[in-house]
Design a protein around this ligand. Structure first.
Ligand code: SF4
Length: 109
């Protein structure tokens, strides 16, 4: 008959294995919306992204004056239509963000 220590160790290992196995599934689900075929990030809404920073004014992490074009992740060398640019943050690869946009990953330059 197993003692309590062996039983809880076995239970812990079983749960840890299940948790590790679930990680790639969660990652894929999260990635799918971030790498949408749509050109602009507003379609994905990663990190509470908004095209107009004014729409984030009541967001708890928003700081006055913060917008994409004064963010450390902003990429103004991207091939983008007027008013849009690239973003080096991994959540916004392959999509464009508005120069006046904002997300909760903003880092002021
Ligand atoms: S990380 Fe910066 S540039 Fe990228 S979407 Fe967020 S605020 Fe805009």
């Amino acid at each position: 008959m197993p003692d309590n220590h062996s039983t809880s160790r076995r239970t812990f290992l079983r749960r840890a294995s299940a948790a590790v196995a679930a990680i790639p599934v969660v990652s894929l689900v999260g990635t799918q919306s971030l790498y949408a075929a749509d050109e602009k990030a507003e379609d994905g809404h990663a990190h509470d992204y908004v095209d107009d920073a004014a729409d984030a004014a009541d967001h708890p992490q928003y700081q006055e004056g913060a917008r994409c074009d004064n963010c450390a992740f902003w990429d103004d060398t991207a091939d983008a239509p007027e008013g849009y640019g690239g973003c080096h943050h991994q959540a916004f690869q392959n999509v464009l963000v508005a120069d006046g946009g904002w997300c909760d990953a903003h880092v002021r330059t």
